[in-house]
Design a protein around this ligand. Structure first.
Ligand SMILES: Nc1ncnc2c1ncn2[C@@H]1O[C@H](COP(=O)(O)OP(=O)(O)OP(=O)(O)O)[C@@H](O)[C@H]1O
Length: 315
């Protein structure tokens, strides 16, 4: 039995198609990531799975329970950390924990082992109001509150958004330790670099899942040689390469442009010849290995172009 199973879920808000026939399964004890930008539909999926929102159509189960019929059972089985800070700002750290424990008919002591590692880090601030904590500390407290009743499945909606890099790293280390306790974790993030920390990911855009696999497999399925180039006038280079018929796809990527060619075999020299037509000053080009973000962009372009750009070579 899957820990989470989603089949053809659709959710519209008026004319906005927020979730468009989404299906995926999560194994027990898996760390599964929903990766996508703002507005991709991640929160709607989480709210449907935590029984806070009804889907228009489709079915979903959590630990074998139906999200509509068995909503009461599910609420005891899951821990949910919503995207926006959900704690009581005027209550202290300890009061927040005790409040959530009471709601679930448990105590801080009963499941202390589960939250010990995380709680120890916020314990020095136990009498501080939640509203006065730093972003990283709030996030740790929210995670403790979501874990207080020892859930089988943990839903974390963008837990690291707006949190500093060090706290983000610490948070993912905490998730790795929770995973060892056999808790299934479904986490959403707009940060593509966090995808690699998941066992499997679903790349979601405009309510549709574009790919589900292990992050390494998704990267390996990138079908073309990827190049990175820059020039003194990068904006002009972008326009020139985009207009060139030899270039399949070109987009900005940090201080570089990332691009692929239509030709199956391509070299830096071939690229330099194409770019040379536009006489770019300070031109540099190198081969690069694609990462999840490159795959996401390619899949998104394929979706928008309705298939003129393929993700895999044999499509
Ligand atoms: N209650 C609502 N009424 C109308 N539109 C909504 C509502 N909730 C979400 N939407 C729209 O549905 C789409 C998906 O939103 P959702 O919050 O599920 O995505 P998300 O990936 O979690 O993004 P975000 O991080 O911005 O919340 C967006 O276009 C959003 O504006």
């Amino acid at each position: 039995m899957y820990s989470v199973s989603v089949k053809n879920i659709v959710k519209n808000y008026g004319s906005v198609k927020a979730v468009d026939a989404v299906s995926f399964d999560v194994n027990k004890g898996e760390l599964f990531g929903l990766i996508g930008p703002d507005g991709a539909g991640k929160t709607s999926v989480f709210r449907i799975l935590t029984t806070l929102l009804l889907a228009d159509s489709g079915t979903a189960t959590v630990e074998g329970f139906d999200v509509v019929k068995d909503y009461r059972a599910i609420r005891n089985k899951v821990g949910y950390m919503p995207g926006r800070f959900s704690l009581y700002q005027d209550l202290t750290v300890e009061e927040n924990l005790n409040f959530f424990a009471t709601v679930f008919g448990t105590t801080l002591q009963e499941n202390y082992v589960l939250i010990k590692d995380i709680y120890e880090q916020i314990k020095p601030f136990s009498s501080r109001r939640a509203g006065k904590l730093s972003g990283g500390m709030k996030q740790k407290l929210a995670l403790c509150c979501a874990l207080i009743h020892k859930p089988d499945v943990l839903f974390l909606d963008e837990p690291t958004t707006g949190v500093d890099v060090v706290s983000r790293k610490e948070f993912w280390d905490m998730l790795a330790r929770l995973k060892q306790q056999q808790i299934t974790i479904v986490v959403s993030t707009p940060y593509m670099d966090e995808a690699n920390l998941c066992d499997r990911i679903a790349l979601i855009q405009a309510g549709r899942i574009m790919s589900i696999d292990q992050p390494g497999h998704i990267v390996q399925s990138f079908p073309k040689q990827l190049f990175a180039a820059k020039a003194d006038n990068i904006y002009k280079l972008l326009q020139d390469l985009r207009s060139d018929t030899d270039i399949e796809s070109c987009y900005t990527f940090g201080e570089y442009l990332h691009f692929t060619l239509h030709a199956a075999d391509s070299s830096e020299q071939g690229v330099a010849e194409i770019a040379g037509k536009y006489h770019p000053e300070g031109f540099e080009v190198k081969k690069v290995t694609p990462n999840i973000e490159d795959c996401f962009i390619r899949l998104m372009q394929a979706q928008q172009n309705k298939g003129t750009l393929k993700m895999t070579a044999d499509e």
